[in-house]
Design a protein around this ligand. Structure first.
Ligand code: PGA
Length: 277
């Protein structure tokens, strides 16, 4: 599968922003803006849990899908403050972000919990967007590739090759998130490619090189995230291995988000690589 046939995805992670009314207004504005365009990429908005019902109602019947920013991996139980996968599917949420670096940094998310959440998402037919990325220290110590390979392989532990198809990965260098520092597009592309080849390698070694495992990494959309905005999105999305973007700050207004959607539309239509760097 080539970049033309893999899904192009623009996902907005609203983080801990927007009350219900503000979330509904933003979702409605995005839907209205998108209604003026055809052949759009996959568009996902991930509001806080509290605003999911309003956002789901606002995007119903439109080109926009909804995702959660996190979830627990247990189906139910005594886990105060957590949200279980069936609670998301009950709302008809389609996507869930797993292992965002803010969860890893501030809320004790580990490679092991990411793996459990990934498996729970697949089991409950949620589309997981699995985030991986190195810190500044790790980059400066030349550990980027080790960290990425390890995070990807750990996330996939015990995930059967037959189940891999819906997974989306996002490369989000921690030092580029919310800092205004974007990873160079060629470097983002290199790491997105590394994610793909790590997936291939993982299944080749775990399945002893079975031919079906050969190209599985090529099926999986890999997004870039970290200070994506209108001024850098074309260059990033023009790269072969970057299938879209996971966006924080620039997803919080329709004025900032729409140009990213339209850039992804150009990628989907194959017109970006010629125009951009
Ligand atoms: P940012 O966040 O676009 O504000 O850097 C990206 C993310 O955290 O997913």
């Amino acid at each position: 599968m080539s970049k033309q046939t893999r899904k192009t995805i623009i996902a907005g992670n609203w983080k801990m922003n927007k009350t219900r009314k503000a979330a509904q207004e933003l979702a409605e504005a995005i839907v209205a803006a998108c209604a003026k365009h055809n052949d759009l990429p996959e568009i996902v908005v991930c509001p806080p849990f509290t605003a999911l019902p309003e956002v789901l109602a606002a995007v119903k019947g439109s080109a926009v899908s909804t995702g959660a920013q996190n979830m627990d991996y247990h189906p139910s139980g005594a886990f105060t403050g957590e949200i279980a996968p069936p609670m998301l599917t009950d709302l008809a949420v389609k996507y869930v972000i797993i292992g965002h670096s803010e969860r890893r940094q501030f809320f004790g998310e580990t490679n092991a919990s990411v793996n459990l959440k990934l498996k729970a998402a697949l089991e409950h037919k949620l589309v997981p967007i699995v985030c991986v990325g190195e810190t500044l220290d790790e980059r400066e110590s030349d550990l980027t590739d080790n960290v990425i390979c390890h995070q990807v392989a750990a996330a996939l532990a015990d995930v059967a090759i037959e189940s891999v198809d819906p997974i989306v990965f996002a490369y989000e260098p921690v030092w580029a998130i919310g800092t205004g520092k974007t990873c160079e597009a060629t470097e983002a592309n290199r790491v997105c490619h590394l994610i793909r080849s790590t997936i291939d390698g993982y299944y080749q070694s775990s399945q002893k090189g079975a031919p079906a495992a050969e190209m599985v990494g090529n099926l999986i959309p890999v997004l870039y995230g970290g200070s994506v905005k209108a001024s850098n999105v074309d260059e990033i999305l023009s790269k072969e291995d970057v299938d879209g973007a996971l966006v924080g700050g620039a997803s919080l207004t329709v004025e900032d988000f729409l140009p990213l959607i339209l850039s992804a539309q150009k990628r989907k239509q194959g017109s970006l690589s010629k125009g951009a760097v």
